[in-house]
Design a protein around this ligand. Structure first.
Ligand SMILES: [Zn+2]
Length: 338
């Protein structure tokens, strides 16, 4: 009676052993495939580029296309003035064929590290390609410049060219591809500049005041004739004093400014204090929207690209301050904000 059962068990256990072995073999071959594909990826001739900011990473992706793998150290919502490299960043930087950073003291906390890295690695501070006569002087330091160059697409075009040159210098055989991609991207950036010019020109002259959390918009202001007021200075490191808030409440009230802007990479605490201060004086100020100041939008979205970031800012500012621009921006790709 037991025998068939035993045979059955025996047979079953053999079946299960064979099954387990098959599973193990599949597992091993998957593991091998992964190892080999990652080796192949690492050695497929693509240039490994690490960029500090999302804006620089975007330029490298646009120009490098299929020939590069780009990693941005600072993601959406990250403040570059305060950012310090992590252990993971240091590993990525050490393995990179090319490190692109902004310079002009934007990466204040990483500056020494990046300068030291440049002695052993190929690094380029791409915003420093901007000629001195196109830079805006830093309000607080005679020998420093405002780093927020990306806010003016025409100036940023020079940085895009510097990214292209840097890529070609480490991979000269792909120079023709890089040049062609850069030319195409620069055409889009020129369209963006024309859209910004046209939209922002519709904002009535008396309303051309851009009040934000920190001084990130000076290049924008100069390019499109806006007066720019930041609660904090050019870096977010400085604390905004109560006096500065009071001073700006006065400006809001006396000039009848009705909208101020929050920034995606800076706390909105000061902006809220400002709105409350104005309300206490009987003047209503609203939040005109959230602007991308020092970081782009979410990865994988239009706002997570340079074109989308600036399109968003231009469209939001134009519409909040009484000008006219299509709700979904230059090419209808913007997400509609509430
Ligand atoms: Zn900034």
């Amino acid at each position: 009676m037991k025998r068939p059962y035993q045979v059955g068990t025996y047979a079953l256990s053999w079946q299960s052993a064979i099954f387990k072995m098959a599973v193990a073999l599949v597992g091993i071959s998957v593991a091998f495939a992964l190892v080999f594909s990652s080796l192949a990826r690492a050695d497929d001739g693509k240039l490994k580029v690490v960029a500090t900011t999302g804006m620089i990473a975007d330029a490298a992706r646009q120009i490098g296309g299929e020939r590069v793998v780009v990693k941005a150290l600072m993601g959406p919502g990250v403040d570059p003035h305060a950012y310090r490299q992590t252990r993971t960043d240091i590993v990525a930087l050490a393995k990179a064929d090319l490190v692109l950073w902004h310079g002009l003291y934007l990466e204040a906390q990483m500056e020494d590290f990046l300068v030291a890295l440049g002695k052993r690695h190929r690094t380029v501070a791409v915003a420093e390609a901007l000629p001195k006569d196109l830079r805006i002087s830093h309000a607080d330091y005679a020998d420093k410049y405002d780093p927020h160059v990306w806010m003016d697409p025409q100036r940023w075009a020079k940085v895009i060219r510097a990214v292209s040159d840097a890529l070609s210098s480490v991979k000269p055989d792909a120079k023709a591809t890089f040049d062609a991609n850069a030319a195409r991207h620069l055409e889009d950036v020129a369209k963006l500049a024309a859209y910004a010019e046209k939209s922002l020109a519709t904002v009535p002259a008396k309303s051309r005041v851009l009040l934000t959390a920190h001084d990130a918009f000076n290049y924008f202001g100069e390019a499109y004739q806006f007066e720019v007021l930041g609660i904090q200075g050019i870096s977010t490191e400085s604390e905004a004093g109560l006096n500065r808030i009071r001073e700006l409440v006065d400006v809001l009230v006396t000039r009848n400014i009705s909208a101020v802007f929050i920034e995606s990479s800076v706390s909105d605490r000061n902006i809220k204090a400002l709105i409350e201060g104005a309300a206490a004086e009987g003047h209503t100020v609203t939040i005109g929207g959230e602007l991308f100041s020092d970081a782009m939008g979410r990865d994988g979205t239009y706002e997570g690209t340079y074109l989308g970031m600036i399109d968003h800012n231009v469209t939001v500012v134009t519409r909040a301050l009484g000008g006219s621009a299509p709700e979904r921006g230059m090419t209808g790709k913007l997400a509609v904000s509430s």
